[in-house]
Design a protein around this ligand. Structure first.
Ligand code: GRF
Length: 203
């Protein structure tokens, strides 16, 4: 099976996927990494791993529709079985989401449905929550609102800052994202608009 990963930045989640693949724990092969930010460090990670690394700068397109159209073309050229959004910081058009519905997953730094959107760690600290974490979910047109596949929760410590919390959450992201991709590629995870199922059981 073929995996395409979309990134915008550091690519630590991409690295977790690369490492999983090299240990035969991904269930597929990362055939391309695409970034909307040409300077993303994750593109170097991809190149270092011998993976096709594509910079597709959104600033060179007049509209979101034009950009997403170009992105669809690049993705489809690689004939992916799954598309993984790993820190891809762009809102997607309905056309894009529809094209890959049921085979596109995202990693989000909160225990969804809590804290959709940006600045999740700051908001969690502001609310004095005792638990925080991350979620893998199928991507639908609702931003960070698609069916949840897998989550990791952690206790927030009294002295946690945005930075310490972010680091703790990211460590969990790196654990759960490759597992979710592997489950999907093994055919164990199914998307439905009512919610994801695992081995036929609702999640
Ligand atoms: C992660 O925290 C992810 O949850 C969020 O963006 C960050 C990406 O980090 N959406 P990296 O590029 O994988 O290091």
């Amino acid at each position: 099976p073929r995996v395409v990963v979309l990134i915008s930045g550091n690519g630590s989640n991409l690295q977790a996927l690369i490492d999983a693949q090299s240990h035969d724990r991904l269930g597929g092969e990362i055939v391309a990494v695409i970034s909307n930010e040409p300077d993303a460090y994750g593109l170097k990670r991809a190149r270092d791993a011998g993976i096709d690394a594509v910079a597709l700068p959104h600033r060179e397109y007049d509209s979101r529709e034009a950009y997403d159209g170009a992105l669809i073309k690049v993705i489809e050229r690689h004939e992916p079985d799954v598309i993984v959004l790993a820190g891809f910081m762009r809102i997607l058009t309905p056309r894009f989401v529809q094209r890959f519905l049921g085979r596109m997953m995202n990693i989000h730094p909160s225990l969804l449905p809590a804290y959709q959107g940006l600045n999740t760690h700051a908001r969690a600290l502001e609310d004095n929550v005792t638990q925080h974490g991350c979620s893998v979910h199928f991507v639908t047109e609702e931003l960070d609102g698609g069916p949840v596949v897998l989550q990791a929760a952690l206790n927030v410590a009294d002295d946690d800052s945005i930075d310490t919390l972010k680091q703790k959450v990211q460590d969990r992201e790196h654990l759960i994202l490759p597992i979710a991709v592997q489950w999907f590629l093994q055919g164990r995870l199914q998307f439905s608009s009512q919610g994801a199922t695992m081995d036929g059981h609702p999640l």
